[in-house]
Design a protein around this ligand. Sequence first.
Ligand code: PLP
Length: 360
Amino acid sequence: MSRVYNFSAGPAMLPEEVLEQASEEMKDYHGSGMSVMEMSHRGRDFVSIAEEAEADLRELLSIPDNYKVLFLQGGASSQFSMVPLNLLRGKKTADYINTGYWSKKAIAEAKRYCDVNIVASGESTNFTSIPPRSEWSLNPEAAYVHYTPNETIGGVEFHDIPEVGDVPLVADMSSTILSRPIDVSRFGLIYAGAQKNIGPAGLTIVIIRDDLIGNALDFTPTMFNYETHVKANSMYNTPPTYAWYIAGLVFKWIKRMGGLERMAEINRRKAEKLYRVIDESDFYNNPVSKDCRSWMNVPFTLADPSLDEEFLKEANEAGLVSLKGHRSVGGMRASIYNAMPEEGVDALISFMKDFEKRRT
Ligand SMILES: *Cc1c(COP(=O)(O)O)cnc(C)c1O
């Protein structure tokens, strides 16, 4: 059996070394005689897996001591409601930056709990750019400012952290976390579904500053209150144990790769060479402004969309799979997260050049 290069946006590719280690440990984890999947989450083996994963994540992201790290379920989508439920803290409005599909989902959910002030919106350019800071209308009284550092579908990414003064900054980092170093101290809260750049689906990571914990709205369900999970070290109920374990293996893999500085170097190079091929040809197109193109998700279209089917079919035959664009955008999308080896991007580029040559 041979592995393909899987360009899926999520669940996405995992490092082969991680899959190998998981398969070696599958039936008998370190002499315990059982799989991690079969262990009590409160037993010694799992507690040490959990603690080590957190320690490694803290090290990779240099997470300051005044932040808690939570390993939850419910996906990034549950965070769309957990954020307002916990962070409004008596305020009535929150600021949201609208850069596309996932921002809109977060905004729609927040509107159930508060007045949403749209600070800036990329709508007028069909979400192919981020409005310049000079046009933003931040509200200094807002409970928090929410944004989506990387729009997984539109392929729009912030390459620096917005300056928002003293209002806590909240980020949906689902598709960009661990792709580069970030200054966690600039944020009030960071959340990410694991299935893009961390591990298997079913795990959601939340990094929250201490002072934002403990002020949830009265009617907040117990499971939606960050305080519940902080007090119980993410073990108030049964956590997603196997996903947590795999995430831990991924953190160790990133450390062996050389950490986030090194990941950023590789990710930048992978993205730049792919955009270069798209830009140098009239056959392919990416509509996103050059200053905010995603390192992780590269959407592109063919000048002649009647060739889409053939492109996807032939790519598939060449072992380059899941390149179909999101249904809302069409065309193609290559998701090139940490686990996509540079050789995978090189193989895609060769295929694209060859396909173009044969069809023009
Ligand atoms: C995938 C994704 C989500 C949704 O994640 P779920 O875990 O499926 O809820 C939300 N935001 C962004 C930026 C994403 O990429």
